[in-house]
Ligand binder design. Structure first.
Ligand SMILES: Cc1cc2nc3c(=O)[nH]c(=O)nc-3n(C[C@H](O)[C@H](O)[C@H](O)COP(=O)(O)O)c2cc1C
Length: 488
């Protein structure tokens, strides 16, 4: 194992720089598969007749949704899983088919997996299940109620590291968390629309969950827990008898012909499993520049499309065509992005380019007061595009969101788990950006590949402010990737 001693050190050791190179090229003979296969496993098919809510996406993102809670049953779960991480379109590569999903993934490698701890779910036996998007089914891994220290009903999200590390090597722990954040935001947005009460818990006992799921944490690790409120009467009688719970029955086929593990990923996974120390959140330090108030915009004209439509259409679109954007549209998009994590965990900066009545520049957005501070003036997107490994399409986006966090301070205040929290928060905000773009009929693309120090320098970020994720947004030439609905 590497001698990693802080989460911030992992972040620094996985920075891209012009001198560092990107490691060996891809070994296509060892390409990982993007979902697990359990041969001969017992499965529970998920119902294909889904009752999906006809609720406007903008209303959901703005948190203006009031629905009575529904009981948790297989139909509701099927809708939740399909919308959060289901296949939405496909592309044929010769004999291979690549499925796209409602959440993006760095390099389309899809390291995130979802497991269900079923306990008191209508129409489903208690047990541990793997959500198989390939078959749209639940694969039975264990039968019986979960042990007392495993929460249920709940979803556990894990990352299969080699899927992403095959391409991104040590840096992939960042991408695994960002990808997972996208899926978590889907789950969080869809749940209330389906009448479910869910809560995202970043702090849990890693060892307990990894053991229950049968993981070797160097290869796959539980990284998020979402509790589902079933509203069912779950007996408090001691349901769990260790001797009666069979070990995980089916074994998944190998993720790749020659799965490798990476010391730095194993170390940072272990290091960040420390519980949160909860010393309180820090105050984010940004020098206040010129303040710009944004108008509060009505949403009555944006009651289409529905949440289901935007999830099915969501794709990464890079064919930006900048035009002069009304300040009102800029204000609307920032409204849709706001989550409770922004401001308390991560900073949301934005480079604005050709927004009417707003000078080009890099701004810090304050969600509570819905206003901006100018941090650095000028037409900065070309410099960001150069720093992002010369991906030149970025310079044509009207907006580039810059998600950052004072990682070292957060680590000192919250403990090493802070690294997970900030990356998951950045991924969640990224998913909002993708969905907001669909609502506005714009394009959006997440950007995980950048020379870290060059972005910091291009935007003159405050010292210690680490760059987590960039997201380009804005009008595009024409919509590509229609998004064929999945058979479900
Ligand atoms: C964390 C993350 C980082 C990404 N980084 C880049 C990037 O640097 N450049 C890029 O062109 N696309 C990037 N993407 C977009 C993915 O390539 C895209 O999601 C994937 O190919 C699947 O396509 P889809 O989003 O259209 O479904 C990123 C996506 C995520 C979630």
């Amino acid at each position: 194992m590497s001698n990693l001693n802080s989460a911030t050190a992992y972040h620094h050791q996985t920075e891209y720089s012009r001198d560092s190179g990107f490691g060996p090229g891809l070994d296509w003979s060892n390409q990982p598969r993007t979902a697990k296969v359990f041969p001969n496993a017992e499965t529970v098919p998920l119902p294909h007749e889904l009752t999906l809510p006809r609720i406007e996406a903008a209303r959901v993102l703005l948190g203006r949704l009031h629905r009575n809670p529904e009981p948790l049953n297989l139909h509701v779960l099927a809708g939740l899983l399909y919308m959060a991480h289901g296949f939405t379109s496909q592309i044929d590569y010769g004999t291979e088919v690549l499925y796209y999903r409602s959440a993006p993934s760095a390099g389309a490698l899809y390291p995130t997996e979802i497991y269900l701890v079923a306990h008191g779910v209508d129409e489903l036996e208690d047990g541990l299940y793997y959500y198989s998007p390939d078959d749209f089914a639940l694969v039975t891994l264990r039968k019986g109620a979960p042990p007392p220290d495993v929460p249920g009903p709940a979803l556990i999200l894990s990352s299969v590291f080699f899927r992403s590390a095959w391409k991104y090597r040590d840096r992939s722990f960042r991408y695994c968390l960002l990808d997972m954040g996208h899926v978590i935001e889907n789950l969080t947005l869809i749940s209330p629309a389906m009448g479910l009460e869910t809560s995202f818990e970043p702090d849990f006992d890693d060892d307990v969950l990894n053991d229950y799921l049968g993981f070797d944490p160097a290869r796959e690790r539980a990284l998020s827990l979402i509790r589902l409120d079933s509203r069912a009467e779950i007996s408090s009688a001691p349901l769990y008898d260790a001797t009666a719970v069979p070990s995980i029955v089916p074994q998944a086929e190998p993720v790749a012909p020659r799965e490798e593990t990476f010391d730095l990923i194993t170390s940072v996974g272990h290091l960040t499993s420390a519980p949160l120390t909860r010393n309180g959140l820090i105050t984010l330090k940004w020098s206040a520049g010129t303040r710009i108030d944004l108008p509060s915009m009505p949403w009555d004209d944006f009651m289409e499309p529905t949440l289901v439509e935007v999830l099915q259409k969501r794709r990464s679109r890079r064919n930006f065509k900048p035009r002069d954007l009304p300040r009102e549209d800029f204000s609307r998009v920032l409204d849709l992005l706001t989550t409770s994590d922004v401001g308390s965990l991560i900073n949301l900066g934005v480079t604005a380019n050709s927004i009417l009545d707003i000078a080009d520049g890099f701004y810090h957005y304050r969600p509570d007061s819905h206003d901006l501070d100018l941090h650095k003036g000028g037409f900065l997107t070309p410099a960001v595009s150069t720093a992002a490994l010369n991906q030149d399409w970025i310079s044509r986006a009207n907006l580039v969101l810059i998600l950052t966090a004072p990682l070292k301070e957060l680590e000192e205040s919250l403990g090493r788990r802070a690294l997970r929290l900030v990356y998951l928060a950045a991924g969640r905000l990224g998913q909002r950006a993708y969905l907001a773009a669909e609502i506005m009929d714009w394009g959006c693309c997440g950007i995980g590949a950048f020379f870290d120090t060059e972005v910091q320098q291009a935007l003159t970020l405050p010292p210690g402010e680490e760059v987590l994720y960039l997201i380009s947004l804005g009008p595009i030439k024409k919509r590509t990737h229609g998004g064929r609905p999945h058979r479900a």
